[in-house]
Design a protein around this ligand. Structure first.
Ligand code: SAH
Length: 395
């Protein structure tokens, strides 16, 4: 077995079972491992620490498959891990409320770099690291075997693949899928998802339970849904009896699908309108015009993928949250999110508190949001907890 031998003292994170080894921790490479092939991770003294996938071009030089020296990384290994992910979803009972859910959440399911989402009868898959890519065909075959489904669509076009030296790849991987617009059902609502061109694998599955809560909080409110994408929150707010919903996004394509999703779930109505624009500018304009709302949703894209960009991201979050607090009527809800890996929950809360202070408003947190249970966070991989949200009520 080829091996990566670590520098003295650099085994600490592995002993805590963190699944990543950075390039700076590696003293030398023994043997000739293939990109994505399996290597043993050894301490400077030669002790076995873990068995991992080798990423020769990435700063994350290896991602752990197993900490068990007796476990071989082969098709059976992937069958066991995939099976266990599917059983977890089954026991969580997520599919009682939806036919769209995350089946494999990468590192947190013991399968670094692998994302598998289910949209009704179609699986959408992302291979985000060299190791997962190496086992691509095996994993695809096993998924068909274990789920009984026929169609797998590949969305290996996330930016992180570049860091691994992998080119983007999009298209049908198994089956003969012709329709890439798929209708999914979530809590008795319907959504059209474009798995070929949509963000991530098509839909923000991680927001499912938060969408439901927005539905429960929206009754009678004038809602402003910022960064609305294809209308996940918009449709739920309308279903919850909102007085009106204005959906804002900079993408005309997202807004078009948002309107389709609204009409899928309700008769044509004047309660809903869309606005194409930059949220930062729209909020400023609304402030200058003295407009106000009873519920504002802020679900921006990732401002800071890593801690390095956190400061700039913090300014972005502060800006939109401050403006939103100003537009909110007393008793109104601000539903605000960050999906930046570089901004943790404590920092995010601090930013939102600073925004309220500078806006001159008093507010209380009435609810904490996170990603849904089909996006688990392995305790040895805190990076898996990327989505945080607060529901603030303006006093
Ligand atoms: N709330 C959505 C997901 C939001 S994704 C849901 O639950 O489905 C982020 C969205 O922000 C994308 O649709 C993107 O087009 C949009 N976006 C990014 N930057 C923007 C900006 N400055 N102004 C308006 N929209 C923006």
């Amino acid at each position: 077995m080829p091996a990566l031998v670590l520098k003295p003292g650099r085994e600490k994170s592995l002993l805590r079972r963190h699944p990543w080894i950075f390039s700076g921790a590696v003293d030398r490479v023994d043997g000739n491992p293939a990109a994505g092939g399996t290597v043993d991770l050894l301490s400077s003294k030669g002790d076995f620490l873990a068995r991992a996938a080798y990423s020769p071009l990435s700063q994350i030089r290896a991602r752990v498959w197993t900490f068990d020296p007796s476990e071989t990384v082969d098709a059976d290994f992937f069958r066991r891990r995939l099976h266990s992910s599917l059983v977890t979803r089954h026991t969580l009972n997520v599919s009682r409320d939806t036919d769209a859910l995350r089946l494999v959440h990468a590192e947190s399911d013991g399968l670094p770099g692998l994302i598998v989402d289910r949209y009704a009868g179609t699986l959408v898959i992302q291979f985000l690291a060299t190791g997962a890519e190496y086992w691509r065909e095996t994993i695809a075959d096993l998924l068909l075997e274990l789920t009984g489904l026929k169609d797998i669509y590949e969305r290996s076009d996330a930016d992180v693949r570049e860091l691994e030296g992998l080119p983007p790849r999009v298209g049908s991987l198994r089956g003969a899928l012709h329709e890439t617009r798929i209708t999914i059902h979530e809590n008795d609502l319907e959504f059209l998802v474009n798995i070929a061109t949509g963000h991530k694998t098509g839909f923000y599955l991680d927001q499912r339970q938060n969408r439901l809560r927005v539905r429960q909080l929206a009754e009678g409110r004038e809602v402003l849904d910022c960064f609305c994408y294809t209308g996940g929150f918009t449709v739920n707010a309308l279903a919850g009896g909102a007085k009106s919903v204005l959906s804002v996004d900079s993408s005309a394509e997202a807004l078009a699908l948002c309107r389709e999703n609204v009409s899928l779930n309700a008769p044509p109505s004047t309660l809903h309108s869309t606005l194409e624009g930059d949220v930062f500018q729209v909020l400023r304009k609304f402030r200058d015009e003295g407009r106000s709302f009873d519920m504002i949703i802020l679900d921006p894209p990732k401002f800071a993928p890593t801690a390095v960009q956190a400061e700039k991201a913090a300014r972005g979050y502060k800006d939109i949250n401050l403006l939103a607090f100003k537009l909110l009527r007393p008793g109104g809800f601000l539903v605000t999110f960050s999906c930046s890996g570089g901004v943790d929950a404590a920092l995010f809360q601090k930013i939102v508190a600073g925004a309220a202070l500078d806006a001159g408003v008093e507010a209380q947190i009435v609810e904490y949001f996170a990603q849904g249970p089909d996006h688990p966070v392995a305790l040895n991989f805190p990076e898996g907890a990327y989505l945080k949200g607060l529901v603030c009520r303006k006093v």
